[in-house]
Design a protein around this ligand. Structure first.
Ligand code: NAD
Ligand code: LMR
Ligand code: MN
Length: 548
């Protein structure tokens, strides 16, 4: 049945707005429903970019871009491809955090997401089908919003992180936006502010835990695999008590990864490899302090551990390089309330004369003299001057990555770290940071955000039709990105710039895809991975409308 003009114009995948040609207008009942001038996508981009620039705040810029996304997905991605550095912090982190916090006030459209309610398990399959609308889904980003960035539990509002992550997948790697599905699992929320907010749109009860929660997750996984057998399942921003448990349960059964654990692990490892290239030091000589040993902190530790073992250290030797610090202080074998992930990295009290005193970051830094310090604690300003100076007094090139997001939660600012260490620190931050001018040198600051990794990783997995995601692929991805640093410039960044996101996402996709083929983990026969990546890559260009 022919679509009406309204059905075409209201479909963001079909809509070209003023770019519909005279022939298309004639053939598809679009005559007279648009102003007469036919525009090219380039002309449309100039016009909408002008509107974008007129918006006074980042949140208003984001709302404008989401409207464009909802109206005309091709034009949105065309525009984003021209302004990727400028748009990343608007559609994604940090502005996505504002949109999540104000989701109820701002709500206009569900943005093709699937809203799975734990109160209605009988509707799970229908929900996924309805949201997919018959599309061939290859990539699902799912969140239950218990640990949104570092801002905590945001209930149904967290759907925006799934949508934002998927926008980056398309902009960075070229995942076809018609083949993605954002999913939020609404298991309730423990955020009192939301529970008491009359505008809140999610289930108005505390989080469901235990067997009922895990049964629902299991039903979601099974139904997704049944409906979308080709899809990669990407887990995002689950709470500390669930994220690793879910990954461990499914990673050997389906094609899946957890971005906060593995995406973060490999971007940090890549940054460390870049830092070692610059300092000419060895990773096997470093002492690694992780501040905030939660989902990301333990994920990062495991990825570095894997690398140390690949570089020849035994498991035991490799573990002796780690010092994990959480709320309790340095984590010891007898520390109460350890998570399963933390237990693998604990120290013995007998190693220290003053183990009882090692309850603060400051005391631990004094005691262990870390050469690498990574912040995933959600504690703003925790990397304070006295601590950084103490670290720098015992390291030639201290490597310091304050990674907590969004901006307001970062453990330190790049400019302070450079100044406090007299330019010695090798710094990367979670959110974009401007270059720092210090004593005549321009220090470029790498962005150690999993967004540099997961698009290429995910695209490589999909393009190679991988059955599983495993450690070998992750290691290859980290090395592919870790190799791209310019060591000749003083002040060079430890990671490549976001301006090159599309280029290196393609490299990562190829390397990951090749690893899949080398391990014979591809479902379909593929001989040339580069070609498979090219063939799968979606470009934001209009194609001739055909509704056959
Ligand atoms: N840059 C990136 O790519 C990236 C990726 C993932 C997470 N993150 C950021 O890392 C942070 C943590 O995320 P997560 O998913 O691991 O959360 P999480 O809740 O699993 O972990 C946070 C950990 O910090 C600990 N913590 C809290 N207060 C502390 C204190 N005062 N001292 C020491 N430890 C403390 C918590 O006990 C917990 O173990 C967030 O801000 C998130 O945005 C960044
Ligand atoms: O979303 C981000 O910016 C990175 C990461 O996944 C996070 O949870 O902070
Ligand atoms: Mn995350």
């Amino acid at each position: 049945m022919a679509l009406s003009a309204q059905e075409i114009l209201n479909n963001p995948f079909l809509n070209k707005n003023t770019a519909f040609t005279k022939e298309e207008r004639k053939a598809f009942n679009l005559e007279g429903v648009l102003p007469p001038t036919v525009r090219t996508i380039e002309e449309q981009a100039v016009q909408v970019y002008g509107q974008y620039q007129s918006k006074p705040t980042d949140l208003e810029k984001r709302i404008f871009l989401m409207n464009l996304f909802n109206t005309n997905r091709t034009l949105f991605y065309h525009l984003m491809s021209e302004h990727v550095v400028e748009f990343m912090p608007i559609v994604y982190d940090p502005t996505v955090a504002d949109s999540i916090e104000q989701y109820n006030e701002l709500f206009l459209k569900p943005q093709d997401a699937a809203f799975l309610s734990i109160d209605e398990p009988e509707n799970l399959e229908a929900t996924l089908k309805n949201a997919a609308g018959g599309r061939d889904i290859r990539l699902i980003v799912v969140t239950d919003s218990e640990g949104i960035l570092g801002i905590g539990d945001w209930g149904v509002n967290g759907v925006d992180i799934a949508i934002g992550k998927l926008m980056v997948y398309t902009a960075a790697a070229g995942v076809n936006p018609a083949q993605v599905l954002p999913v939020v699992i609404d298991a309730g929320t423990n955020n009192e502010k939301l529970l008491n907010d009359p505008l809140y749109l999610g289930n108005r009860h505390k989080r469901v835990r235990g067997a009922e929660y895990y049964d629902f997750i299991d039903q979601f996984v099974k139904t997704s695999v049944k409906l979308f057998p080709e899809a990669l399942l990407h887990w995002e921003d689950f709470g500390r008590s669930n994220a690793a448990t879910i990954l461990e349960k499914y990673q050997d059964k389906i094609t899946t990864f957890n971005d906060d654990i593995q995406g973060t692990g490999i971007v940090v490892l890549a940054g460390l490899l870049g830092a070692m290239n610059i300092s000419k030091e060895k990773l096997t000589d470093q002492r690694v302090l992780i501040f905030g040993a939660g989902t990301a902190g333990v994920g990062i530790s495991n990825q570095i551990l894997d690398e140390l073992k690949r570089q020849g250290l035994s498991e035991e030797e490799a573990k002796s390089h780690f010092f994990l610090v959480d709320k309790q202080g340095l984590l010891f074998s007898d520390t109460p309330d350890l998570t399963p992930g933390q237990k693998a990295f604990v120290r013995q009290r007998s190693e220290f004369k003053n183990s009882e005193e090692l309850t603060s970051l400051e005391a631990v830094v004094k005691a262990v003299h870390p050469t690498i310090m990574i912040g995933t604690s959600t504690q703003p300003g925790a990397f304070k001057e006295s601590i950084i100076k103490e670290m720098a007094a015992h390291a030639d090139r201290p490597v310091i990555f304050p990674l907590s997001n969004p901006t307001k939660l970062a453990e330190a600012k790049a400019e302070d770290l450079i100044a406090w260490t007299d330019g010695k620190a090798l710094v990367a931050t979670g959110i974009p940071a401007a270059p720092v001018e210090f004593k005549g040198v321009t220090y470029e600051i790498g962005q150690a955000n999993n967004a540099l990794m997961y698009p290429g990783l995910g695209f490589g997995i999909i393009a190679s039709t991988a059955k599983r995601v495993n450690g070998e692929m992750l290691s290859q991805a980290a090395h592919a990105l870790g190799g791209i640093v310019d060591t000749t410039q003083p002040g060079a960044a430890v990671l490549p710039p976001v301006a090159k996101l599309t280029e290196f996402s393609q490299t990562i996709a190829e390397v990951v895809g090749q690893s899949v083929l080398d391990q014979k983990l591809n479902k379909e026969a593929i001989t040339d991975i580069k070609q498979a990546v090219v063939d799968m890559k979606w470009e934001p260009k209009y194609t001739e409308l055909s509704l056959g």
